[in-house]
Design a protein around this ligand. Sequence first.
Ligand code: F6P
Length: 553
Amino acid sequence: MDIEYLAKLASSASSRNLFSLFKDTERSDKYSLSAAGLHLDYAKQNITDSELKSLLFLANQENLSDKIIAQFSGIKLNNTEQRAVLHSVLRAPEPVKRNVLAEQSQELVDTEAKMARIVDDVQTGKVRSVTGEKFTDILAIGIGGSYYGVKVALSALVPFHLQGLKAHVLANVDGDAAQEKFNKLNPATTLVVVISKTFTTQETLLNATIVKDWMLKAARNISISASGIIGDDIISQHWYAVSTNIPAATGFGIKEENILPMWDWVGGRFSLWSAVGLPLALVIGNKHFSELKAGAYLMDQHFQQAPFEQNMPVIMAMLGIWNRNGLGYPSLAILPYNHALRALPGYLQQTDMESNGKSVTNDGEQLDHLTAPVVFGQEGTNGQHAFMQLMHQSADIIPTDFILSLAPTSKFLANHDALVANCFAQSEALMQGKTLVQAKAELFASGANEADVNRLASHKTMKGNTPSNTLLMKQLDPKSLGALLALYEHKIFVQGVIWGVNSYDQWGVELGKQLGKEVLDVMTNPLESIESTTLSSSSLSLIRYYKDRLTNV
Ligand code: F6P
């Protein structure tokens, strides 16, 4: 069976009424499972037992079990960069680290110990700012995979933040983003962590440079009675980095002992579990950071051990493939019904689309099938008053993942009940829809006359038939967040295996970087001096507008 066959297999599902599947009264028990503290209800997916069986047959046919073993044991699955994919080892117990990484494990164990020490020293005040004060703020500078994980975990785990230490993340190269941070930060008590695997990323280096200038400028005005003017000390005392490129980080001015290493076997978008998590650990503490990793490890074990029909990442991945390649749905909505998870759609947009947004196989052959869906979303209930109109009434069907923690994180219980009710109601509404007959009956019942009923009824119909998963966790805490993020990591991996792509490279971002340099070159030199350019007349004309902006606006 190949992926193309899924479209044939799904032909009856395409015309089936999804809600009709609930004639099977056992359906919600059969189509749900629990793992690592998470509960997945996938009964609202448009799938039957035999179709699911075919999907799992496909997974077996693609040797998914062997690929899982290969990934966890460090085979170089990232074949275009000749790299192993071992982010999972970062959250495994030490004996597993020793076994998988052999002699490299010591560096990992030492790095973890060093990171834990930094966290303790900053939190207890053993390490202080140049003014002798305790640090009050952490500013993490990074982008892409060196940003999203930290961002999603920081906002998800606010109740676990320690008093007296605030974390901020800076990614966008727009100077306004940095200015926004400067407006609220005190350079004398801000600790900076530059996160860049390569330490060559344009945005991160530009931001790091302006933050450094801001801090140095401020330092000139800070005098302390004992040692006079602080000067460059502020950089060596306040700045940390996480990178594989230690020479570039030291060259930037960061003290070597303040640099934590990364390894090429950790992909940026899967790196939260490494020293990349330093800004998070500084704010939530070592215990909670360990719990985050422990939750992810629970999911890792489940993924490696559970039979496919009981395996949460495998089931979610195969349902995604069913929706994408069988039923032909082009997108996926991620709707967390938790304010604290508002950064999750952006995070998953990156991990999913940067991993599987590909159209050639591992061997470089053109694929005959489509891969990653367009991932988008927003926290509930905000999305209901925005794009969910389209989800209910446009002709496009948008499969959805609803995500919800059962325990409220605020004391406003009536709000929490309303939040939960809205979450459950939306999945029901997307599935059931409203027929013309129902719309008419409702209008008549509301007292409308026949003319109004005929005029309005079709506007009030909803297509229904939208499949969804609902993922529940008892409460949002470091452990459940770890399990949730690991669940999606593994789901993305499984889909990459079935689609036959390398989920761990990202060559697609390179052309933009390359042309970005060329455009900057044209922008910063007189146009007449440019001898040749690959840029179109459209872009050259835009550059001209930019150069003339002061006179022509
Ligand atoms: O977006 C491309 C990318 O290379 C990602 O893979 C990476 O997470 C991000 O840019 C940042 O890269 P770095 O950590 O090297 O600064």
